[in-house]
Write a protein that binds this ligand. Structure first.
Ligand code: CDP
Length: 219
């Protein structure tokens, strides 16, 4: 790959963004940036400090004070690995409250733009194609049936040793999608020039290969 490219992958929770983005990064030898992990790390920090998820002022202050670094799969919060903690149910249930705070988004987006400035990246999130990199070289919007998304998320949590109730997981995803889509600051929305891919009955490999094929033909 001779040029600097940004592949933006947005979509609702459980649509397969991160699995697909990781595969693309591996196959193309570019960097994967999980922007959701940044909002999750902040939510986790608030949780460990007993700051209420509703306390927007304190959370905005916290966002200014902490340092979040992404190194491949590793998520470092003030130098300490937290990727083992940021996907626990309490964070799933509350991360959108943290992510809707405008000052928080401004700080995160600044870092994300910095990360994608000098090297080729595949970045996944909710607002990458619409706000973080509106001029991204390639934009995709992944969707999938709610039952399939809940099934995927349940499996993920079971593998991590959590006890899950399918109905609760489904309700959590629906609730988060609603919060992410209706917030004022850069809501989850498909960019007009993004290509929508329904991943319901496709494997991550198939979706990644479709995207890679499109990237390669346009290169
Ligand atoms: O993996 P999953 O799709 O469940 O979520 P995630 O990508 O880890 O993102 C977690 C949450 O962070 C989302 O529900 C959004 O509230 C927020 N987020 C965001 O607002 N903007 C982004 N670019 C990425 C995530």
């Amino acid at each position: 790959m001779n040029t600097h490219i940004v592949i933006a992958i947005d979509g609702p929770a459980g649509s397969g963004k991160s699995t697909v983005a990781k595969l693309i990064a591996k196959k193309l030898g570019i960097v994967y940036i999980d922007t959701g992990a940044m909002y999750r790390a902040l939510a986790y920090k608030a949780y460990t400090m007993d700051i209420s998820f509703e306390d927007e002022k304190s959370i905005a202050k916290l966002a200014e004070a902490i340092e979040i670094e992404l190194e491949g799969e590793k998520v470092l919060l003030d130098g300490i690995r937290v990727d083992g903690h940021i996907r626990m149910p309490v964070i799933n249930e509350n991360v959108s409250k943290v992510a809707k705070i405008r000052q928080v988004r401004d700080i995160m987006v600044m870092h994300q733009r910095e990360m994608g400035k000098k090297r080729s990246v595949v970045m996944d999130g909710r607002d990458i194609g619409t706000h973080v990199f509106p001029n991204a070289s390639y934009k995709f919007f992944l969707v999938a049936d709610i039952d399939e998304r809940a099934r995927r998320r349940s499996l993920e949590l079971i593998q991590k040793g959590y006890e899950v109730e399918f109905g609760e997981i489904k309700a959590e995803l629906e609730n988060r999608d609603m919060q992410d889509s209706t917030r004022e600051a850069s809501p989850l929305i498909k960019a007009s020039d993004a290509l929508e891919i329904d991943t319901t009955s496709k494997t991550p490999e198939e979706v990644a290969d479709t995207i890679i094929r499109l990237v390669r033909t346009e290169e």
